[in-house]
Design a protein around this ligand. Structure first.
Ligand code: NAD
Length: 259
């Protein structure tokens, strides 16, 4: 399929993990890519270029208002002014504390990256989409945007809030030709979930294998999801195939979430 032929796509957090698959998948369908990440995204850029598409990267912490504004301006210049799609994917695992022990600085760190960072990038990109009355925005939320999880209150609340941001943006921009949706992935196979399970195992005094078994079996499909499966939902939400959908959150959880 070539659903994004000659479209211009900004992806945040595409130096590693899910974001890398997102950038490559949009490129495979014909898009040029601009990446905002605070780590080097050169490896992703090379993969996109190997697919025959243009790619640029901006070293940018999404919490930094000025850096975000400069990076989005740079991306717009790279694209000749038009941004068709924004994928808000940059995210931080958060910390591992019961609410009764939650340090305020750690709480703020997670909210700053996952929520404020997403708002800042979106705020800068929106005027470019409003100018042409066209655009699609998708945000990586989480299964914990629908259901709490012990020890993860900062992460959980940041992801719930992203659904509020998504719905508000959808309402504010529907009349201007801009659709805004989210994806709620279950645990995604990869380095990050291994790290998360390790933390839970340590804090709960059990083995990583035990945590994995519990989380996998919570989904009727009895497995984690893949980065490609999550990306496929995003491609759909940003393509004309979902032209009547806005303000939605699609669960990609192997059936763990059903509403
Ligand atoms: P990852 O840690 O591999 O990738 C996160 C990316 O975001 C990295 O490239 C990192 O450099 C970037 N990033 C982090 N903080 C940033 C900041 N302040 N400014 C700019 N870039 C920053 O993790 P991942 O699993 O690929 O996660 C991607 C998204 O998917 C996140 O929003 C995460 O919360 C969400 N998610 C992941 C899972 C999972 O199981 N891995 C499940 C549900 C949701």
């Amino acid at each position: 399929m070539n659903r994004f032929a000659n479209q211009n796509v900004i992806v945040t957090g595409a130096a590693a993990g899910l974001g890398q698959t997102i950038a490559e998948s949009f490129a495979r369908e014909g898009a040029d890519i601009a990446i905002l990440d605070f780590q080097s995204a050169d490896a992703t850029r090379q993969k996109v270029e190997a697919l025959g598409r243009r790619c640029t990267t901006f070293h940018c912490d999404v919490r930094d208002e000025r850096a975000v504004a400069e990076a989005v301006k740079g991306a717009a210049a790279f694209f000749g002014g038009r941004v068709d799609v924004l994928v808000n994917n940059a995210g931080f695992n958060g910390h591992y504390n019961l609410v009764k022990d939650m340090p305020l600085d750690k709480w703020r760190e997670t909210l700053d990256i996952n929520l404020t960072g997403t708002m800042l990038v979106t705020r800068e990109v929106l005027p470019l989409m409003l100018a042409v009355k066209k655009g699609a925005i998708v945000t990586t939320a989480s299964n914990v945007a629908r259901r709490g999880l012990p020890l993860r209150v900062d992460y959980v609340c940041s992801k719930w809030a992203l659904l509020g941001l998504t719905q508000t943006l959808a309402l504010e921009n529907a009349a201007h030709g801009i659709r805004v949706n989210a994806v709620c992935p279950g645990p995604v196979e990869g380095d990050r979930i291994e790290d998360v399970m390790q933390h839970h195992a340590e804090r709960e005094g059990r083995s990583v294998a035990d945590v994995r078994r519990e989380w996998e079996s919570a989904a009727p499909m009895d497995r984690f999801v893949t980065a490609q499966e999550v990306t496929n939902a995003m491609l759909f939400l940003c393509s004309s195939e979902s032209s009547a959908m806005t303000g939605q959150a699609l669960n990609v959880t192997g059936g763990f979430l059903m509403t």
